[in-house]
Design a protein around this ligand. Structure first.
Ligand code: ADP
Ligand code: ZN
Length: 291
């Protein structure tokens, strides 16, 4: 099968071509500017490619309800120009093939279950910690949508006792995203994350917040794997810090090997690396053909 994939992000749109085995043979990215410009480039790219189906994993919030009049829209985003934008409909107008649509993080979770770190499992949570924080979930083999779609990035967390930072989320100030996304790190410390590698306090506080969220996700969804990706997780020292914090926070309450001696294999980076989102979009495309 020749399938198209789009990872529609707030910074860039990554487009690619691949097949039903997750092999990606072409990829290109376009900066996210105005819908006219960015979608113009996306449409141009796919017009010449002759794909059988396309999958879109999009930044959100998005409308995933197929019976809604705004299905396939990016809805209440604060991102200029993209509020209430019909990303799926615009592509469909110009490229007449089946198109699958879901959140960027749900797509990444799907890619990881199909070909990555959660292969063979029927549940996982994929969290991205980048410009924002988002998470997607597979539960009992299915993507979790519910009322809207999960917004785990805005989970409420307890403040670190040594952290006076007010928080950066425009809606909640000191929610998870407001305290732990890349821009929050930059604002709190006055430097970008990659320049703070040697400062242990930065990562101690960061791990404390991420571990609280992970602990809650474990309590709420009971996933068989937790995958942490995104730019901030390039700081690999975060992994052992988060695992230790999670083990401490759980305090032996949930008795599972995965949360004790095997925790190194439970909270992990994406098996597909930076391709998780694009690969997941291929699965969305494949599923659209199989329906
Ligand atoms: P996006 O979320 O826009 O798709 P990323 O996942 O790359 O993109 O996240 C970008 C954020 O991650 C920025 O805030 C950036 O400062 C931070 N970041 C990127 N690389 C690193 C790194 N090596 N160490 C710490 N933070 C990083
Ligand atoms: Zn928030």
């Amino acid at each position: 099968m020749k399938l198209g994939a789009i990872e529609a992000g707030g910074t860039k749109f990554v487009c690619g071509i691949g097949n039903e085995h997750g092999e990606i043979t072409d990829r290109i990215s376009f900066p996210t500017t105005t819908p006219e410009e960015t979608m113009g480039q996306v449409i141009q790219y796919f017009k010449e490619k002759d794909v059988e189906a396309i999958g879109i994993g999009s930044f959100g919030p998005v409308d995933l309800n197929k019976s809604s009049s705004t299905y396939g829209y990016i809805t209440t985003t604060p991102k200029p120009y993209w509020n209430q934008y019909p990303v799926l409909g615009e592509l469909q107008k110009h490229v007449n093939v089946p198109i699958g649509f879901d959140t960027d993080v749900n797509a990444a979770a799907l890619g990881e279950v199909e070909w990555g770190a959660a292969r063979g499992l029927s549940s996982c949570v994929y969290v991205t910690i980048g410009t924002g924080i988002g998470a997607g979930a597979i539960v009992e083999g299915k993507l979790l949508h519910g009322l809207l779609h999960p917004e785990m990035g805005h989970a409420l967390i307890k403040r670190h006792p040594e952290d006076p930072f007010e928080g950066k989320c425009p809606y909640h100030h000191d929610c998870l995203e407001g305290m732990a996304a890349g821009p929050a790190i930059e604002m709190r410390w006055g430097k970008k994350g990659h320049e703070l590698e040697q400062n242990d306090k930065v990562w101690e506080i960061e791990a404390y917040y991420l571990a609280q969220a992970v602990t809650n996700f474990i309590y709420i969804l009971s996933p068989e794997k937790i995958i942490l990706g995104g730019g901030v997780m390039k700081q690999k020292q975060l992994f052992p810090l988060i695992r230790n914090n999670v083990a401490q926070m759980l305090n032996g309450y949930v008795q599972k090997r995965e949360l004790a001696e095997a925790i190194d294999d439970y909270i992990v980076p994406p098996g597909l690396g930076d391709n998780a989102g694009l690969s997941g979009a291929l699965v969305l495309a494949k599923r659209e053909l199989q329906q």
